[in-house]
Design a protein around this ligand. Sequence first.
Ligand code: SAM
Length: 267
Amino acid sequence: MTHHDDQLVIDVISIFPEYLQPLDLSLVGKAREKDLVRVDVHNLRDWTTDRHRTVDDTPYGGGAGMVMKPDVWGRALDDVMQPGSHLLIPSPAGRVLDQRMAEQLAQDEHLVIACGRYEGIDSRVAEHYRQAHRVTEFSIGDYVLNGGESAALVLIEAVVRLVPQVLGNPESIIEESHNISGTLEAPMYTKPPTWRDLEVPEVLTSGNHGLIDDWRREQALIRTARVRPDLLQKIEPERLTKKQRELLFRLKTEAGQDADSPEASRN
Ligand code: SAM
């Protein structure tokens, strides 16, 4: 195993290791080839002790479905967890993954992702490892999946692209949606300038970078107000120019949100 000190290491444990095969492809696959991150996928059934390789049992208290056994998970995690490891458990009842959380996870040294199936993992597993480790139950959105594998793929992709040197052009992180300014990204266009009678906004072909930056920031705010008005509240006005603050104030008022008027219109 090649591993250098500051390399992010991710271990994924699942009963469907094949589900994680996309991690061989594209950006994450390349980052692994270049040794920028190490990702190891394990089969939970390797830690079973019975002939049938059983990982689940009926729930105490009754109810539909099966629950994953704590003893099997305990053996697996005891082998994989290290003193500074951060245990991540996908769960629709967890904290919703966002860009801030991805940024924090990209600073970690060792992430262990425990993918549940059925009705999830016996709750004592999280409780036990919390005694000596950071344990985060995370959700990728308010809907229910069949298992944690696709959530693990989402988390790994969001985190690995933030690891230094993984992206060819680090600028793209700064400019994209959910970046530090808290807005969605402005609409993007490429050649040709006219396509099916639709023109690229004139300002983008003007060559005037000041005007282009202003237009993009304005469009980002307008788009955020239209698609994700909930995000308007989180935008920090200090990060905006006077013109943008005025626009934000107007958009918040239109969205029926309480705009803190003095702050928004001052300066
Ligand atoms: N009984 C569980 C509940 O209502 O909280 C749902 C279990 S779900 C059918 C099976 C597994 O899928 C979960 O243990 C978790 O690993 C994963 N999962 C389901 N929805 C998820 C979501 N929105 N985000 C992350 N993981 C999810």
